[in-house]
Write a protein that binds this ligand. Structure first.
Ligand code: ZN
Length: 176
């Protein structure tokens, strides 16, 4: 009987750091993924954001993303739906970077980033396997908001709730 299997801390998980960035080079960062690709399978989700931004996401705690130079302050941010997360992209070239979850899961998880592996330098996207998520049906309050958020925001200046804004939008669409 060996006691070695129960003694001491578990072996540290394998980690790998990848250099990443946008298309034009305005945003540069490194990301540590544990376990390394391809063992970590990026998430391919069908929600309105993942579809439009082309996300293939891996997730990590905030300290595992190191933003180089001024990249953190250079990021452009977009919020939709509950607006509790920031969709990150480069305002110069438009490249999609990932999601800053901020405190949207506070209490349950440490604050995380979801970073699209499409930003990783020199990896073969076709060699990876992906997890899939039917986010449009399974993640609440997701729905297909493609093409709606701008008008919802405009309507919100005159209506107090999102429901009111959506009703106004539907009424306007019925007239048009
Ligand atoms: Zn760029």
């Amino acid at each position: 009987m060996s006691s070695n299997t129960t003694e001491g801390p578990p072996p540290p998980k394998k980690r790998q750091t990848y250099e990443a960035g946008c298309h034009c080079g305005y945003i540069k960062f490194s990301v540590t993924v544990s376990p390394p690709l391809p063992e970590t399978k990026p998430l391919r989700c069908n929600c309105s954001a993942c579809r439009r931004f082309g996300y293939l996401l891996v997730y990590m705690v905030r300290k595992d993303v190191e933003w180089h130079g001024d990249s953190w302050t250079r990021l452009s941010r977009y919020q939709f739906n509950t607006k509790e997360k920031d969709q990150l992209f480069c305002g110069k070239c438009g490249a999609s970077i990932g999601i800053d979850f901020r405190d949207s899961y506070a209490g349950n998880h440490p604050s995380m980033f979801g970073i699209s592996v499409r930003t990783f330098n020199g990896i073969d996207l076709d060699a990876l396997e992906y997890r899939t998520l039917n986010g449009v049906d399974e993640v609440q309050p997701a729905e297909d908001l493609s093409g709606k958020q701008y008008e919802l925001d405009e309507r919100k200046t005159t209506s107090s709730t999102r429901e009111e804004a959506e009703q106004e939008l539907a009424a306007a669409a019925a007239i048009a």
